[in-house]
Design a protein around this ligand. Structure first.
Ligand code: BDP
Length: 681
């Protein structure tokens, strides 16, 4: 198994009674509408049934009075209060009936049915009903026009710009199927560090060729835009958002796009962030910039997604506070077509972060959430880290903005502040590797993001169970081992990488440990800025005696984190500078606790390897070997991380490695040398 089919493998049903039941309900597909999305649904169903049951199922438009088939039924009036993309799959009149108000809902219902059949669940009492909790469910590709992917670890870009628009790689369709099967309905094709090239007629035509494929699966196409394009591409003297010529240029540009892509989704914008141009270059605000673009979309369905990932180069500032400081004053100033997209945490996709304090604090602005699926800070495509617990941890966090229960999920799904333009975005981990994601287990992260963007109430366990059954094995014993290792994988990674609330111990390529890194073009581009380790202790004081970033949260949240004796250990060093000899709730000193985490984290990778080996006989050999070898790399690198941290911190704390742990076999200088290798040209 080369992994290409992802979770849409449709492997033959071998259980005889199950197969008999399935055969009984699959004698035809009844579809009376002529839409291209239901056509995709029908095609998928035919392909799925062919593989599952070895049988060709015909489609018919006249199914009246027949039974034993699968019917698509679009009912425009049904449950009008529910989102049109919702669906019901149930038994009725001897048929399996998929009902929805929209074609898209039929497609999602079809995939739900196929999931059900792949898991070999009974048809008797079949009743699945689901509606999406979030309206815009998107992947963000950080793909560049030259085929590279920023922070991509699974090969080159899927989009072959030089071949388009004439040659349309068949893989685009498989990409669309995979996303639609999860409920994803939007995709931003290009990097937020955007090239103005995408606004040229030539590239719009290339984009349109991809959009034509995605559309058949209910997926809208979006583009990231380069804010200074009016100047660099359009030849104007300025890109000032209040300049009438600039406004006219964008209007014209949007009209030009809609001519080629009538259902174009909209723009994603990274502005005045990490050197990208933006409205502040002209003394204007983020709202001025976003609203100008929104105006250009006035006559269309499209939206403007404006990122809140900003942090100015201020040597005295706490980067944690930056997005809040810039965006909260703009609440209420954005055009209704604008969604502000906020990363889950205040810094930058760290293995563990507290939730961003923007959530809940901009009640008049729809806030979308941005997760990172690609493992930029999670060991690239070599470390196994199942991310659903990261996403869930943030979504389930309570902001307390409207009292208890005001979770981030309720901000994001619009229920807390009553907005309907709701969005969840994930930075894609796909590339042109045969198995799409590099690490076979990283497919689960794409899967989990998609499922959660549809329904954030699903649990990490439930999603994983599904994914394992669809993708790897249906053996209960093997699934148990795989689930155990994957569910613990994030915590294990945190333990050897950034335990107790540490963050950003990497510079350079975000791969190698460099907690000692103290030189950078700005202070917040060093590692020591984040951990603040010295001879007395370690951690970033964000209480009132420090940066007071905590004040950006509601009092109930502050209470959880403002007292070092009560702060839950996973968040301790996010908010406090703690003495090395401080006794923690575990009974160990901070130094001992850190060492314990680094060591047990690295040792737990051995345990992961054992779990994987125990599943061996139920796994495809190719997948087994691929993961087993990656786990070996992970094991070696986990020890590398442990040694780097322990030796570096020991040089400051001047304490012995606690009894029971074998001191590293190398010196700090030797570890530094091994890291250096990754940094030299
Ligand atoms: C950082 C990445 C950088 C992205 C940036 C962003 O290192 O490549 O451009 O986020 O989200 O984490 O804009």
């Amino acid at each position: 198994d080369d992994g290409y089919r992802l979770w849409l493998k449709y492997e033959a049903v071998t259980n005889a009674p199950v197969k008999t039941e399935y055969l009984r309900y699959t004698t035809f597909i009844g579809r009376s509408d002529k839409g291209e999305i239901t056509q995709s649904a029908s095609r998928e169903l035919q392909m799925g049934l062919k593989n599952l049951l070895g049988k060709t199922v015909q489609e018919t438009s006249s199914s009246a009075g027949r039974s034993g088939g699968i019917l698509f039924r679009i009912e425009p009036g049904a449950a009008a209060a529910q989102p049109a993309e919702g669906y019901q799959v149930q038994l009725s009149g001897g048929n399996i009936v998929i009902v929805s108000r929209s074609e898209q809902g039929i497609l999602y219902g079809t995939f739900a049915l196929l999931r059900h059949l792949q898991m070999q669940r009974p048809i008797k009492n079949l009743s699945i009903a689901s509606t999406p909790k979030v309206r815009y469910r998107m992947l963000n590709h950080w793909d560049n026009p030259d085929g590279t992917i920023e922070r991509g670890y699974a090969g080159a870009s899927l989009w072959k710009w030089y071949e388009l628009p004439e040659r349309v790689d068949p893989r685009y369709e498989d990409y669309a199927r995979a996303n639609a099967s999860l409920g994803i309905n939007g995709t931003v094709l290009n990097n937020v560090n955007a090239s103005a090239r995408f606004m040229s007629q030539e590239y719009i035509e290339k984009v349109a060729a991809i959009a034509n494929v995605l559309r058949k699966y209910g997926i809208k196409t979006y583009l990231s835009v380069y804010f200074a394009a009016p100047k660099t591409l359009g030849g104007l003297a300025t890109s000032d958002p209040l300049d009438p010529q600039v406004r006219a240029w964008w209007k014209e540009k949007v009209a030009q796009i809609y001519k080629e892509i009538p259902d174009f989704g909209g723009f994603l914008v990274k502005a005045n962030s990490e050197g990208e141009p933006g409205p502040q270059d002209y003394g204007r605000t983020h709202a001025d910039g976003a609203n100008m673009l929104a105006e250009a979309f006035k006559a269309y369905d499209g939206i403007v997604v404006w990122r809140a990932f900003v942090y100015k180069a201020d040597p005295n500032a706490d980067r944690f506070k930056a997005a809040y400081e810039e965006f909260v004053p703009l609440d209420g100033k954005f055009d209704p077509k604008v969604i502000v997209q906020v990363k889950n945490g205040p810094i930058d996709f760290q293995p563990r972060e507290p939730f961003s304090p923007l959530f809940g604090n901009m009640p008049k602005t729809p806030l979308g959430i941005e997760f990172q699926i690609t493992q930029e800070y999670l060991g690239f495509a070599t470390h196994a880290v199942y991310e659903a617990p990261i996403f869930k941890e943030c979504l389930d966090s309570d902001t307390y903005v409207n009292g208890e229960g005001s979770t981030v999920a309720k901000v994001v799904d619009g229920s807390l502040h009553c907005y309907t333009r709701t969005l969840m975005a994930g930075v894609a981990n796909t590339g042109n590797s045969q198995n799409w994601t590099g690490h076979p287990l990283a497919q689960a992260n794409w899967y989990a993001f998609g499922r959660l963007s549809w329904d954030h109430e699903l649990s990490s366990e439930q999603i994983l169970q599904e994914w394992v059954a669809l993708t790897l094995t249906r053996s209960e014993k093997a699934s148990g081992h795989i689930a155990a290792l994957m569910l613990r994988s994030r915590e294990i990674y945190v333990n050897y990488n950034t335990p107790l609330g540490l963050s950003r111990p990497w510079m350079g390529v975000h791969f190698a440990p460099e907690p000692w890194q103290n030189k950078g073009s700005r202070p917040d581009w060093t590692a020591i800025y984040y951990h603040r380790a010295d001879s007395s202790g370690i951690g970033f004081d964000r209480t009132a005696s420090g940066s007071n970033a905590l004040a950006q949260y509601k009092p109930q949240v502050q209470q959880q984190w403002n007292n070092p004796d009560r702060t839950p250990l996973p968040y301790l060093l996010w908010f406090h500078h703690v003495r090395w000899d401080q006794k923690l709730s575990t009974g160990r000193s901070l130094w001992q606790e850190l060492c314990t985490r680094f060591y047990t984290g690295a040792d737990s990778v051995l345990w992961m390897q054992q779990q994987w080996d125990l599943a061996k006989t139920s796994l495809d050999p190719m997948v087994f070997t691929d993961v087993a070898e990656r786990l070996k790399v992970q094991r070696r690198e986990a020890i590398w991380w442990r040694d780097a941290w322990v030796l570096y911190l020991q040089s400051l704390a001047r304490q012995p490695i606690p009894a029971g742990f074998e001191p590293p076999k190398r010196t700090l200088e030797e570890v530094k040398q091994s890291v250096h290798v990754y940094l030299i040209r």
